[in-house]
Design a protein around this ligand. Structure first.
Ligand code: M6R
Length: 611
């Protein structure tokens, strides 16, 4: 959601804080701010509505220099995105704090502070935390102790970093439910909400756990857990390269990430298969024991990751003959799900920090599942740390808010899971070898599909002025249609809905007229003829069809029907991944024409760490 950076050094930290913000901006971007303690031990704070660029312009006009400071890019939760609500929030003229997350009991804490004479200028829960720290400081004049006393009172989720001009030699950070990473430098130290912010200055990181509070000076990092003990928090080396965060030759991260999919899928398969067979240990050393006992699968995720789960359901039922249900994490949390014996619980998340998914996992742990498996793209994430089994997707950092390569690598990982689960029962060795072979062809098929780029760019011109669109798919392609609709609405703000093609006649057909584009994916599978009949229903009502079709599916372009022929016939195992690409490109190019902010669509954030 929001992004946090903090630094303490013997040089000016403002460039570190600003570069960190630029790297985190994709996470949230309605306002940004910075606070540093200057050479006269004065707290200087600058905040701007809008993107990090607006804050940089402000700094160019009013330069600020300091050896200790914090910065923040915000995605509003409490209070509208204006300068007063932007972070850092402060208490008096000495204390500044940045916060990710939501404090649920802020109103009761606020009342006590109002009674004690504190005045509030913002609508944020964060300002309450700032005053609360000051309130405790009045009693003991120890910043670390004041922060620990404050966090002990908080209910909710937070990543906090605090600086005070009365204590110009330390930053304090705290974590509960929202990530905080400490970066170790040479004669300087850092803190951030994501390693990506600190890659230009360090590769060595310590990840805080829930309840931890860290005391950071130029020379040391001290971590205390909620009991006040010094827990062992190992230093980990990040393998991420600094330029993984650059757009390179592409005009947007989204386009770069679409084009990275052949390699990302190849990386996700690499080392997980050998000699035509799946290496089960790729899921962890307990994998064999767990998979051989699994009798049902329950998948939980949000957004695009949820769509990946819906695709997996078809494969797990088909290949493994195991019952599989799929839930949206924010719904699952509050549903009293009945868990059959030996059910494997699977979470899917690009970031591994989506709060709804994490809380769903925590709730599931009380329900007696066989084991908890995570499919995730971020090795250091909370989801990975809290799961028994993991399969990392190897998409590399995904910066565009719209998930692209994260989705297709999730589908790849889930196909491997279906094979792993099928192996003990319904799946024989020959079929396993055949399916693995089909997965190994994917990188090449994806490369061929990306050659449709120019054709789809042309097609998108007929979309950009539309207000609505329908996406249709049948069977395993229905979740792909759902993903296509999500991509279109999220980045081009065109209202788009997806339906199973057979469901159209039960209501949505009423929406179809000559101003309603209807997009469909049509691989040559056993449902093709059914799909064709459904498309006739659309044509009969004047709806304009856009069909991404298998070369042998028998579609022809004609007035009202535009057929874009896919480069090759693909198998059932390959089709969801391959047919996703044209839908991603369609949304991307429609958006380029509309001129919206593709990598940072309005109102959204990359990693949703609030409920
Ligand atoms: O990081 P996650 O995969 O858990 O994120 C879940 C959703 O917020 C995410 O997939 C979202 O729907 C996409 N950014 C949409 O493109």
């Amino acid at each position: 959601m929001c992004g946090i950076v903090g630094a303490i050094a013997e040089r000016d930290v403002v460039p570190i804080l600003m570069e960190g913000l630029r790297r985190l901006e994709y996470r949230g971007y309605d306002s940004a701010g910075i606070a540093v303690v200057d050479a006269n031990q004065k707290m200087i704070r600058l905040r701007r509505v809008g993107k990090v660029k607006a804050l940089q312009d402000g700094l160019d006009e009013n330069p600020v220099v300091g050896v200790i400071g914090i910065s923040h890019t915000r995605w509003a939760t409490h209070g509208e995105p204006n300068e007063v609500n932007a972070h850092p929030q402060s208490s008096g003229d000495h204390l500044s704090i940045v916060h990710n997350g939501i404090i649920e009991n802020y109103l009761s804490l606020k009342q006590e502070l109002l009674d004690a004479g504190y005045e509030f200028e913002s609508e944020t829960d964060t300002e309450v935390v700032a005053h609360r720290i000051d309130f405790h400081l009045q009693k003991n004049n120890d910043l670390l102790a004041a922060v620990r006393a404050t966090v002990a009172e908080l209910v909710g989720a937070y990543a906090l970093v605090i600086v005070s001009s009365k204590f110009p030699d330390r930053l304090i950070a705290a974590r509960c439910g929202t990530p905080v990473v400490l970066g170790l430098g040479e004669g300087e130290n850092y803190v951030a909400s994501d390693v990506a912010a600190l890659l230009p200055v360090t590769r060595r990181f310590i990840f805080l756990e829930d309840g931890d509070v860290a005391d950071i000076t130029v020379a040391s990092m001290k971590v205390l857990d909620s009991e006040g003990n010094n827990p062992d928090r190992p230093v980990r080396k990040s393998q991420l390269s600094e330029n993984a965060m650059d757009k390179g030759q592409y005009s947007h991260f989204m386009l770069k990430e679409i084009h990275e999919q052949p390699e990302a899928v190849a990386n996700t398969l690499a080392e997980r298969v050998a000699g035509g067979h799946l290496l089960e240990q790729a899921f962890g050393h307990k994998a064999h024991e767990v998979f051989s006992k699994t009798r049902a699968v329950h998948i939980i995720a949000c957004g695009t990751s949820y769509h990946a789960g819906l695709v997996a359901r078809y494969q797990i039922e088909q290949i493994c003959r195991l019952p599989c249900s799929v839930d949206i994490a924010s719904e699952y949390r509050y549903r009293n799900a009945v868990v059959a014996d030996n059910t494997l619980y699977v979470t899917i998340s690009q970031s591994g920090e989506t709060l709804d998914t994490l809380e769903a996992l925590r709730a599931a742990k009380k329900k007696g599942y066989l084991a908890h498996l995570a499919i995730c793209n971020v090795p250091e994430s909370s989801l990975i740390r809290e799961s028994d089994l993991v399969l990392m997707t190897r998409a590399g950092p995904e910066i565009g808010v719209a998930s692209t390569k994260a989705f297709t690598t999730q589908l790849t990982a889930l196909a491997l899971l279906a094979i792993a689960l099928g192996r003990g029962g319904a799946l024989d060795a020959d079929t396993e070898q055949k399916l693995i072979g089909q997965l190994m062809q994917l990188p090449d098929l994806l490369k061929q599909t990306l050659k449709l780029d120019e054709e789809i760019k042309e097609l998108a011109k007929r979309f950009a002025d539309k207000l609505h669109a329908l996406f249709l798919g049948r069977g395993i392609q229905h979740p792909i249609a759902m993903e296509g609709a999500l991509k279109l609405k999220e980045i081009s703000y065109i209202h788009a809905e997806a339906y199973p093609a057979g469901e159209l006649k039960h209501g949505p057909l009423a929406l179809v007229d000559d101003d309603m584009p209807v997009v469909t994916v049509a691989p040559n599978n056993e449902l093709l003829e059914k799909l064709k009949s459904n498309l006739q229903e659309v044509r009969a009502r004047g709806g304009e069809l856009f069909v991404f079709a298998d070369p042998d599916a028998g579609f022809k372009s004609e007035p009202g029907v535009t057929v874009l022929t896919m480069p090759a016939h693909v198998e059932e195992m390959q089709a969801p991944i391959v047919y996703t690409l044209p839908l991603q490109l369609l949304s991307y190019y429609a958006d380029v024409i509309k001129g919206t902010d593709i990598d940072k669509p309005r109102n959204l954030a990359k990693s949703v760490t609030v409920e």
